[in-house]
Structure formats: C-alpha cells, structure tokens
Design a protein around this ligand. Structure first.
Ligand code: SF4
Length: 258
C-alpha cells in the first residue's frame, strides 16, 4: 500500500497480498448503480474535474504504509489528527513489536502509548487500537472484517477509517472523506455538506462507483499538493476554471469560503 506497499511484491502476513495489490485500477468505469440522484450536469462536471486531476496526479495513492488490512486499520486510527508521514515513521517499529491483532490485544497500554506518543492523542489512540485488536481477536479470529457495518461497530472505527480499509485493503469501491477530500470537494463545489458522512453521500451520488476509491486518492492528493488548507495555489491549479472557490475569489474579496 501506499509508499512501501506500492513497490512490494509477494505475499503479506497470512499469505495475503500486500494491500496495494488490491487497489482498484485508475479512472475508468461507468456510473454507479444505486448512486444518490444528482443532476446530469453535476455528474458530468465531476467527471471532468476528476479526469483533469487524474492527469495532474497520476501517482495519487494512499500515503499510509501498511502490508495487511490490520496494519492499515491501525495506521489509519493512528493518523487521526496527525500526518501520514509521522505515522509512517512510527509504524515500522510498532508493527515489528505488534505484528498482528493478537499481539496488540494483549499489549500493556503504557507500552503502546510510549511507541505512538509522537502521533498525538496517544493515550486515547493506544486504548482504541488495543480494544480494536481485542474485538478482532475475540470476534473475527484476528482478521479485519471486509464489511462496513462490522468495521464501524468496533469502537473508534468510523466511516472514514472503515472506507480507507475497505477500499485500499479489500478493493471495495469507497470514498473516504478525510480533511483533504473534504476541503477540496467543498471548494470545487462537489459537496456542500459540512458533515463528512453527508459529504461522502454527496460525492457517491456524483461519482461513478468504480471511481470512488480513485477519486479519494486524486482529491486527497490535490489537497496535499495544490489546494492546501491555508493558501491554495489557484494560479497553478488545473481545475481553477471549474472551481466555485476560485470563481468566488474572482468575484470579490471575502466572498470565498473554505
Ligand atoms: S482553484 Fe484553488 S481552491 Fe479551487 S481546487 Fe484549485 S487550488 Fe483549490
């Protein structure tokens, strides 16, 4: 997956392929069956935006390193309120010490806290990853369920985390609304809601199901590189002509909302 997994070959823990091998192909596909009704012009515009961004960010991907669904689940939990880069600094040693759910389920909280301290909110995260691993060990044989309801029933696992795992580790189309996706989708006018779960539904209605995972990577990468939070680089943005935020800036100071 991400950085490390992208180059990885062979099999991961328990004979599974590294999670990057399960990622869906690049942009292609048809409109989603069962997508929320959205006007055709909105879907066409979304496809146009994603096509342009795909060309601009062909290397877009998930940026957390992981070699199994469980590692990805834990890394995603650790990435809350933290950069993926910082998590990637922590996880090699962490997963060497706790290679699977069974090992982490029996860990002492103080030991886990010490290893993940730099990711912030380390006490809460330590409790979450231990309890999550205990649930997986006791109820799922140590495996991560490939089911959104089962995942989100685990304490500390929300829809974004579940969708990251389902899309990247199991190849299920899903849109994971993180801070970058939320910001870019909002500025581009692809989503008007503030709540991430509602944004997910809006985007799912706009974007063909086959592109959900890829759209997450492309929008997220655009948010990291160009449409950054504090000062978006609209001058060099390939979708500026289609951007509501940019248009509002052009129509007058103070008109834009992030
Ligand atoms: S034009 Fe500016 S605000 Fe709009 S997507 Fe591009 S960088 Fe972001």
């Amino acid at each position: 997956m991400a950085v490390k997994g992208k180059k990885a070959a062979g099999r991961g823990p328990r004979g599974r392929p590294p999670v990057t091998m399960l990622q869906p192909p690049a942009l292609r596909g048809k409109r989603a069956a069962g997508a929320a009704p959205v006007d055709r012009a909105g879907r066409v515009r979304a496809r146009k935006i994603l096509g342009i961004l795909e060309k601009a960010h062909r290397d877009a991907r998930i940026y957390l390193n992981a070699r199994s669904p469980w590692q990805l689940l834990i890394a995603t939990i650790l990435a809350a309120q933290c950069t993926d880069e910082r998590v990637n600094e922590v996880t090699p040693l962490f997963f060497a010490r706790y290679p699977d759910a069974a090992h982490l389920a029996g860990a002492r909280p103080a030991d886990v806290e010490g290893m993940i301290r730099s990711t912030g909110f380390f006490r809460q995260k330590a409790r979450t990853v231990i309890e999550c691993s205990q649930v997986l060990t006791e109820s799922h044989g140590g495996d991560v369920p490939a089911d959104v309801d089962a995942l989100t029933s685990i304490g500390g696992v929300g829809r974004k985390t579940a969708n990251v795992v389902l899309s990247n580790a199991f190849g299920q189309p899903a849109i994971a609304v993180d801070t970058h996706v939320q910001r870019v989708a909002g500025r581009l006018g692809m989503a008007t809601a503030k709540d991430p779960d509602k944004i997910e539904r809006q985007l799912c209605g706009l974007i063909p199901r086959e592109l959900w995972t890829r759209a997450t990577h492309v929008l997220g990468t655009h948010g990291r590189r160009i449409c950054i939070a504090k000062k978006p680089d609209c001058e060099h943005c390939p979708v500026s002509r289609l951007c509501d935020y940019h248009r509002s800036l052009a129509s007058g100071p103070g008109a834009a909302a992030s």
